[in-house]
Design a protein around this ligand. Structure first.
Ligand SMILES: [Zn+2]
Length: 263
């Protein structure tokens, strides 16, 4: 089995939509999907160009900074795939209270802490998935791929399997054309996702995850802490530059030996 396998592989003749934030998870997902499409195309004589079979979709929901969207655009341009960035900032006045969009300070520390609940944007994933499904129907795509992952479960209700299963069920009946919602990383944590990407030889300096949009990553927000931990657990140094004085976690002696990539 390929290390990059997604739950239900693309059929090879209908396009797919990938929700691509510019962060590590969706970057890994995008490349996994492109690899799957390429493998399918290889096995089908005269298959359609893989470049037109994966459509990336990014959302400007009024993030505190646009840096991840800039990274997302650069990645898609380099890959030569269609990419849309959709401005949904107008809905922000309805979605109060998130430190990702409002003037509230971004909390420092680990995701598991209670303070990280302030990074939850109410109903965000249902809104993003709804738009992506509508886009999929519009371009006759068969599926929407979404990088929600296991590590998000504890604080984000709309990253849980029960939510994604139901979104898939709804998406299959909400239009004349059924669209699958695929979240292949739903049972994989950040460490496992990174292991898959590293096994594919992906360059993570092309991703931005820090909640702060300064020149270098802060190393202190929940997103940075989790990212640094994932790299250490994989026995690899994160290629992204960090602000001075950031202590990177020690690489455990057994790092990278028993991760997803080895299965
Ligand atoms: Zn950060």
């Amino acid at each position: 089995m390929s290390t990059s396998s997604v739950t239900n592989a693309p059929s090879g003749d209908s396009p797919s939509v990938v929700i691509f934030s510019g962060g590590m998870d969706s970057y890994t997902l995008l490349h996994s999907l492109l690899q799957q499409v390429a493998e399918t195309a290889e096995s089908q004589a005269g298959g359609a160009s893989q470049r037109n079979l994966v459509h990336a979709l990014s959302f400007d929901y009024g993030q505190r900074h646009k840096k991840e969207l800039v990274y997302a655009a650069e990645v898609c341009q380099a890959l030569g795939i269609p990419h849309r960035i959709i401005d949904i900032t107008a809905v922000n006045s309805l979605l109060a209270g998130s430190s990702l969009t409002d003037a509230i300070d971004v909390p420092e520390g680990h995701y598991e802490s209670e303070s990280m609940k302030s990074t939850v944007v109410p109903n965000r994933n249902m809104i993003l998935l709804s738009l992506a499904i509508g886009y999929a129907v519009s371009i006759k795509a068969e599926a929407v791929y979404f990088g929600a992952h296991g590590g998000d479960h504890a604080i984000y209700p709309d990253c849980r399997p029960e939510f994604l299963d139901r979104m898939n069920a709804v998406s299959m009946v909400a239009n004349y054309e059924p669209v699958r919602v695929e979240a292949p990383f739903v049972d994989v944590d950040k460490i496992g996702i990174l292991a898959r990407g590293l096994a594919m030889g992906l360059d993570y300096s092309k991703t931005w995850t820090c909640y702060n949009g300064r020149e270098k990553a802060c190393g202190k927000c929940g997103s940075c802490v989790e990212r640094l931990e994932a790299f250490a657990e994989n026995g690899v140094v994160d290629p992204l530059p960090y602000e001075p004085g950031i202590e990177r976690p020690d690489i455990p002696p057994d790092a990278g030996t028993d991760k997803e990539a080895s299965t």
